[in-house]
Design a protein around this ligand. Structure first.
Ligand SMILES: C[C@@]1(CC(=O)O)c2cc3[nH]c(cc4nc(cc5[nH]c(cc(n2)[C@H]1CCC(=O)O)[C@@](C)(CC(=O)O)[C@@H]5CCC(=O)O)C(CC(=O)O)=C4CCC(=O)O)c(CCC(=O)O)c3CC(=O)O
Ligand SMILES: NC(=O)C1=CN([C@@H]2O[C@H](COP(=O)(O)OP(=O)(O)OC[C@H]3O[C@@H](n4cnc5c(N)ncnc54)[C@H](O)[C@@H]3O)[C@@H](O)[C@H]2O)C=CC1
Length: 210
């Protein structure tokens, strides 16, 4: 859950694994610099569209200066290890595609629904299982959740401004996130009358407690 908006991230290698890491970085708003001898078709398009920077050469250690994160994703084990070492010498966290445990962090499988982010990891044991878990979550938490989260953000700011007692706020906000509550807030009128919304949340909270 790092905020990478506008942060420089360096990727070494331009194959299919680098491509996957880069698409995650772009979703996170990072400024991506790639050092690699070749590029996939899709990465070439991203270079042409000005979405990423590419230097068609091996990485030199100084290329890592100022990076927030480094991704070593070539098909050369020695090059990846060397890049991770250069990153570490600069205090930068490195991800190593062919040696999860040898890097500083690994990349989980990710589902994004607007501001809702669901991730799964198997700590390197079985990446395909991490992908399966997230695919199952995608069925459970459909595209409608992007809107739900936006609406809940408003509900939460109303409760924060209208309810002084922190333990009551907590109770109401927990009652606000049930499946049927989420459906209910979708109707715009609830967000227009703060008093009515808080009253409805109190009902829900008491009902939930049974
Ligand atoms: C340690 C880690 C390091 C890192 O990359 O951060 C790592 C390492 C390696 N992956 C390998 C293989 C595969 N990786 C995938 C897929 C994903 N791999 C991802 C992450 C990670 N992979 C980190 C651990 C994450 C965790 O466990 O939680 C995902 C989740 C995220 C992402 O990459 O964006 C993404 C799913 C995204 C999605 O679809 O949602 C598939 C599936 C497929 O391609 O069909 C295969 C083939 C099947 C298999 O091998 O299991 C190999 C062996 C290469 C070889 O054969 O030599 C290594 C090296 C090794 O472990 O030796
Ligand atoms: N972490 C993961 O999710 C996965 C990791 N892997 C591992 O990642 C490695 C890379 O996989 P792919 O992207 O499929 O390989 P690939 O062969 O498609 O791409 C390798 C890239 O590295 C570049 N490269 C080679 N030597 C270089 C150098 N000295 N400097 C800069 N760039 C250089 C090439 O130009 C190419 O763009 C595999 O060898 C495998 O061990 C494989 C599958 C999944």
């Amino acid at each position: 859950m790092l905020n990478l908006e506008g942060r420089r991230c360096v990727v070494i290698g331009g194959g299919s694994v680098a491509e996957r890491k880069i698409s995650g970085l772009l979703e996170a708003g990072a400024a991506v610099s790639v050092f690699s001898l070749g590029l996939t078709e899709h990465l070439r398009e991203l270079v042409h569209a000005g979405k990423i920077e590419w230097a068609k050469r091996p990485m030199q250690d100084e290329d890592l200066d100022g990076a927030a994160l480094v991704f070593a994703a070539t098909d050369r084990q020695d090059i990846n290890a060397q890049a991770a070492q250069a990153a570490r010498a600069r205090g930068i966290h490195a991800n190593v595609a062919d040696d999860g445990a040898g890097g500083d962090f690994i990349v989980p499988a990710v589902l994004r629904r607007g501001d809702l982010i669901v991730t799964a990891s198997t700590s390197g044991a079985a990446p395909a299982l991490a992908a399966r878990v997230v695919n199952e979550m995608a069925v459970r938490y459909g595209p409608e959740y992007a809107e739900y989260v936006k609406v809940l953000e408003t509900v939460r700011s109303i409760v924060k401004s209208e309810v002084e007692d922190s333990s009551e706020r907590r109770k109401l906000l927990n009652a606000a996130v049930t499946e049927d509550a989420l459906e209910e807030w979708r109707s715009a009128s609830w967000l227009q009358d703060k008093g009515k919304l808080v009253e409805r949340l109190r009902q829900r909270a008491n009902y939930t407690r049974g």
